[in-house]
Structures are given as C-alpha cells and as structure tokens.
Design a protein around this ligand. Structure first.
Ligand code: FES
Length: 164
C-alpha cells in the first residue's frame, strides 16, 4: 500500500493480539478487528505479519479478507472521521448535496477517503439509525442532524480553526 507515511508496526502488539485470539484461520476476522481497533485501520505491514504468523493462511489471504469486508479500512483515517448517511431517509432528504459539500470543503482528492493532511476522512454509511434526523452526519461519534451544505461549511470551518 502506498498511502500515508512509512509505518512501523509494533510486532509485540500484534503477537499479543494473535496470542489472545489464537492463530487458527477461524480467528482471522477477530484478529483484524483488534488490529483495526488498535491502529484505526489495517496497515499493510500488519496484514503481512499476521499472514506470516497465523496457521495455514498467507498474507494474500489476509489482504483478500480485509478488502472483502466493508468494516475494515486499508487507509489511515483522519483525525476527524466524517460519515454522511446515505440510507433511504437521508438520501431523499438531500444527503448527496451534503456529501458533495463535505468533499469540496475538505478538498478531498478523487478516489481518496482521507485528506492529504490527515485531518479528515470521509465515508458514506447506509443508515445511522437516526432517520428522524435526516439527513444525518456523524463526526467522531457525534451526530449532526438535518444537515445542509451551508451547515457543513460552518461545522468544517469550526473544526479547521481547532487545527491552525
Ligand atoms: S437513513 Fe440516515 S439515519 Fe437512517
């Protein structure tokens, strides 16, 4: 993987995670969840290490499993993890203009989920379970109800001011 800065994995930490779960194939998902819990994404080096340490699977298998499940991220997340809901209720109430406004405001490059400066990451989710607040957005677990492109501008400006 070529994103982000050179990453040094903590092999002792990974060994601890593997030992706590067990090195059998069936434990791979649980191990990847723990690694993501630790680093907030799955560094390529960590996946390679896990593939070498576990019984009967290769780094390619680990990578394949990690890319298959939407819960796993192969890119580092930003300091602010923005999730724009695009479930049905939010979609019909204008989540796409909200998403476009976020993307433009944080200057996210096409095909990327995290900004170059590592401050923001952006993804869509299918339903936040807050349909009465549609269109809804979440930033680091905090829910922002009834979003509009103008509200996005103000919220992101506020976060940017915290990072100057
Ligand atoms: S559809 Fe967006 S919160 Fe349910």
């Amino acid at each position: 993987m070529s994103v982000g800065s050179p990453f040094k994995i903590d092999t002792a930490k990974l060994d601890e995670i593997i030992n706590a779960n067990g090195a059998e194939k069936s434990k791979l998902i649980a191990i990847l969840q723990s690694v993501q819990g630790e680093y907030h994404y799955l560094p390529e080096e960590a996946m390679t290490y896990i593939g070498e340490k576990m019984d009967g699977i290769s780094p390619a298998t680990v990578y394949g499993v990690a890319t298959f499940y939407a819960q796993f991220s192969l890119e580092p997340k930003g300091k602010y993890e923005i999730k724009v809901c695009d479930g049905t209720a939010c979609h019909v109430r204008g989540s796409m203009p909200v998403l476009d406004a976020v993307r433009k405001k944080i200057k996210l490059s096409d095909g990327k989920m995290t900004t170059e400066n590592g401050i923001f990451s952006l993804e869509t989710v299918s339903c936040l379970g807050a349909c009465s607040l549609a269109p809804a957005m979440v930033i680091n677990e905090k829910i922002y109800p009834k979003m509009t492109p103008d509200a996005v501008e103000i919220i992101i400006d506020t976060l940017l001011k915290e990072n100057v």
